[in-house]
Write a protein that binds this ligand. Structure first.
Ligand code: SAH
Ligand code: SF4
Length: 320
């Protein structure tokens, strides 16, 4: 572990404080590999998207996000996503396999090597639903602890209740972020079909069970879509909903994709602003997350991993 994490070595032969026969035995039995970088897409704001090609050809993306001295790494947990949210390119492209803990941590290690950082924040907000891959995500969190304490990691979920409860049982827990994107069950089920399985009452019951440390809060993500979930009345309903737990809200104006998300648009800045102000007026701690420099390429909900000719499987939800 020390050679891999402190010295960034992936070659047993160079681990020279180990006896030579042990090094040879290790090299016979194990491979310390990092995922292969297939493509790098830098953005003008310093962010950079990495496309990885895994050993079976599966493709996933991770994003390097510098901000001042701080670095955040956004990793993928699955090579696709079966949850199928109406506003997410990864979801429109369909399911993909679970990544192994090594493949998850490998994304971090490659970005750290290529960009020359240590001890970044890690967010599980890339491709996939981390809480549909709890064993490997949990093992990845254990491995990351070599360099990243749990309080600097965030797992973002669409609301998989058994997964939230499983994470809650960890002795050292990451921060929890929950993607809501609608203030009521009817609209949420249309936008995020997983809501039919784990409706808001069950989701919030699980969030109230979540053992929050003192001073900590649950983050809610709300993707703002023009004419769908961006009215002041919906902001007030959202404020009532999130007040059930210590929380803050990140508003993410929709990152558009005419090809994968036809018919869905980002609200105007004025509407985003008004929604945010309505939340704040109702006592919510709210931040607007503009995905600036990355444009349509590597921002939230835009990670594809692969380009296929397949169109979206069914029309996306729009207000009738
Ligand atoms: N599956 C997990 C984590 C990956 S998605 C989850 O859903 O939480 C990471 C974030 O991107 C989620 O908050 C999701 O709501 C948001 N997102 C998805 N599609 C988006 C889009 N087109 N524009 C902006 N944000 C989007
Ligand atoms: Fe999956 Fe999250 Fe995209 Fe929904 S928003 S389809 S859960 S990656």
């Amino acid at each position: 572990m020390r050679w891999i994490w402190e010295r960034r070595t992936d070659d047993f032969a160079r681990m020279t404080d180990l006896p030579a026969p042990l090094r040879a035995a290790l090299a016979d039995a194990f491979l310390v590999g990092t995922p292969l970088v297939a493509e790098r897409t830098p953005a003008e704001d310093g962010a950079e998207k990495f496309l990885f090609s895994l050993s079976d050809g599966a493709r996933v993306e991770a994003v390097y996000l510098p901000k001042g001295e701080k670095v955040t790494v956004c990793v993928s947990s699955q090579a696709g996503c079966a949850v199928s949210c109406a506003f997410c390119v990864t979801g429109r492209m369909g399911a993909g396999r679970n990544l192994t803990a090594g493949e998850i941590v490998g994304q971090y290690l490659v970005l750290a090597r290529e960009k020359g950082f240590r001890g970044a924040n890690v967010v599980f907000m890339g491709m996939g639903e981390p809480l549909l891959n709890v064993p490997q995500v949990s093992a990845a969190l254990d491995l990351l602890e070599q360099e990243v304490p749990p309080r600097r990691t965030t797992v973002s979920t669409a609301g998989v209740v058994p997964g939230i409860d499983a994470l809650a049982r960890r002795p050292r827990r990451p921060n929890l972020a929950v993607s809501l994107s609608a203030p009521d069950d009817a609209l949420r089920t249309r936008l995020m079909p997983i809501n039919a399985t784990y409706p808001l009452a069950e989701l919030f019951a699980a969030l109230r069970r979540w053992p929050l440390e003192k001073g900590r809060r649950i983050t809610f993500e709300y993707v703002l879509i023009a004419g769908v979930n961006d009215e002041p009345g919906q902001a007030r309903a959202l404020a009532r909903l999130v007040s059930r737990v210590p929380s803050k809200v990140n508003l993410i104006p929709l990152n558009e994709s005419p090809r994968w998300l036809p018919g869905l648009a980002r609200p105007s800045d004025a509407v985003v602003d008004a929604f945010g102000r309505a939340l704040a007026a109702a006592g919510v701690d709210v931040t607007v997350r503009w995905s600036k420099g990355l444009g349509a390429q590597a921002a939230c909900g835009q990670l594809k991993g692969r380009e296929t000719a397949r169109p979206p499987r069914r029309p996306v939800a729009a207000r009738p």
